[in-house]
Design a protein. Structure first.
Length: 269
């Protein structure tokens, strides 16, 4: 079913809508009725309780991330000094003054974000992670995911989204809505004036170095296991064995497509 109204209900389900958007222009739609989403109150409540700690919060203002010393502090836990807890006064003060709170890997600690994450993974693959952005009414949103295709769920409040396509008009989006954002096409976003704006940004995460090394190790071992020479390597002199292994791996890795390595590192089909 084709919707002429960009805020019509998603009768076919969010995963199918996203699959149809992939590789296209910026688009937005209303979310299905009853879809479980986190709220701005969920995030603010956790901050107020003092339970959130490094590395699950970044404070961004004026195009820059605030130093950790201005965001985190130490507390005494069972008579031991423990660092990395949120400096509540500093964080809330910056937030009220227009800073954006960026919460990486938010689904690690906020259960309310997990249903939406799993829904988007149905459409875009398993290697998707959730990052939350929280901005006070009328504040700019320091969106930092422009290098990858992303799905932005407006969970609370409203948003003015400035896309980067030629002649595109700003999108006025209210919760609960989804915005599909192609890589490299974001000029900026501003929270609306009707309350705190919570965005749940779902995008592919780049694998960390250890994941790539692990993938290389597994791929190299698998390649060597398939070589006839390897099956009789116990008959080789030590120096020849080392030269053979290094030569085989050098040729194998030189010919490897980086996209194949990425699939190995991320577990994608």
């Amino acid at each position: 079913m084709t919707h002429t109204d960009p805020h019509a209900d998603v009768d076919t389900g969010l995963p199918r809508w996203l699959a149809e958007r992939r590789g296209g222009r910026t688009a937005h739609t209303a979310l299905p009725a009853g879809m479980a989403l986190p709220t701005a109150a969920d995030v603010l409540g956790t901050i107020d309780c003092g339970l959130l700690a490094y590395p699950y919060l970044e404070v961004c203002r004026g195009g820059a991330k605030l130093p950790a010393a201005e965001v985190f502090t130490a507390r005494r836990v069972q008579n031991h000094k423990v660092t990395g807890f949120i400096h509540h006064r500093n964080v809330t003060g910056q937030y009220q003054a227009g800073a954006t709170l960026r919460l990486p890997a938010v689904a690690d600690w906020l259960a309310a974000a997990r249903p939406a994450l799993e829904t988007v993974r149905e459409a875009l693959g398993r290697h998707i992670e959730a990052t939350a952005y929280l901005a006070a009414a009328g504040s700019p949103v320091a969106y930092a995911e422009a290098s990858v295709d992303a799905v932005v769920l407006v969970c609370s409040g409203s948003l003015t989204w400035h896309a980067g396509e030629p002649d595109s008009e700003p999108l006025e989006v209210s919760a609960p809505s989804a915005v599909y954002v192609p890589a490299g096409l974001t000029r900026g976003a501003f929270a609306g004036g009707d309350g705190d704006c919570l965005l749940l940004v779902l995008a592919e995460r780049s694998p960390v170095t250890t994941e790539i090394i692990k993938a290389l190790r597994q791929a190299g071992s698998g390649h060597l296991e398939q070589q006839d020479t390897h099956r009789r390597h116990h008959l080789m002199p030590v120096d020849q064995k080392a030269d053979w292994v290094l030569g085989e791996l050098a040729d194998y890795f030189a010919a490897m497509d980086p996209a194949d390595l990425l699939r190995l590192a991320t577990g994608r089909a």
